[in-house]
Design a binder for this molecule. Structure first.
Ligand code: C2G
Length: 142
């Protein structure tokens, strides 16, 4: 009988557009840090605030995240400021992001462990969109 592990909630946020293996690598490592992984998925309105053009809607991106084996719960991310409340409300032990965010959320260290994990090299939503565009242009003979 496995001794039941002390509950340890891990929290992260992101847009997760065109879900790719870089996202999966991050979520898998985050899931290994605790007993429950919560993902704050940026809403379409918040992506406008972030200046991010998305291919997929919030509903589509949330559906994909909820299907991921490493994710236990998906919540909407509507503002930059909600992290502190979410950490308290969901009893979060560890807040973690990819290391392109290094230092940006250190102010949360008074209420949670804050980690920045290495990004997966050579893949990004932006890069995928560019590759698709290039291939379409080549197929059209332009
Ligand atoms: N990521 C990664 N490796 C990649 C691409 C992304 O580890 N090759 C990580 C990012 O570092 C981030 C997460 O995957 O932690 C989600 O990336 P995005 O969808 O680009 O999210 P972002 O726009 O960084 O939004 O309040 C925080 C923001 O909502 C984060």
């Amino acid at each position: 009988m496995q001794p039941s592990r002390k509950p340890r909630v891990v929290l992260t946020y992101g847009t997760f557009d065109l879900f790719h293996h870089g996202h999966v690598n991050l979520l898998r490592r985050l899931a290994d840090l605790g007993t429950e992984l919560i993902v704050g998925c940026s809403t379409d309105a918040f992506n406008q605030i972030k200046g991010k053009q998305c291919v997929m809607s919030y509903e589509q991106r949330r559906t994909i995240l909820e299907s991921c084996r490493y994710v236990d719960r998906v919540i909407p991310e509507d503002t930059w400021e909600q992290k502190r409340c979410d950490i308290v409300n969901y009893n979060v032990s560890t807040f973690a992001m990819g290391d392109d965010w290094t230092g940006k959320f250190d102010d949360l260290q008074d209420i949670a462990q804050v980690l920045y994990l290495p990004r997966t090299p050579e893949v990004s939503t932006t890069e995928l969109r560019a590759q698709i565009g290039d291939r379409e242009r080549r197929a059209m003979g332009r």
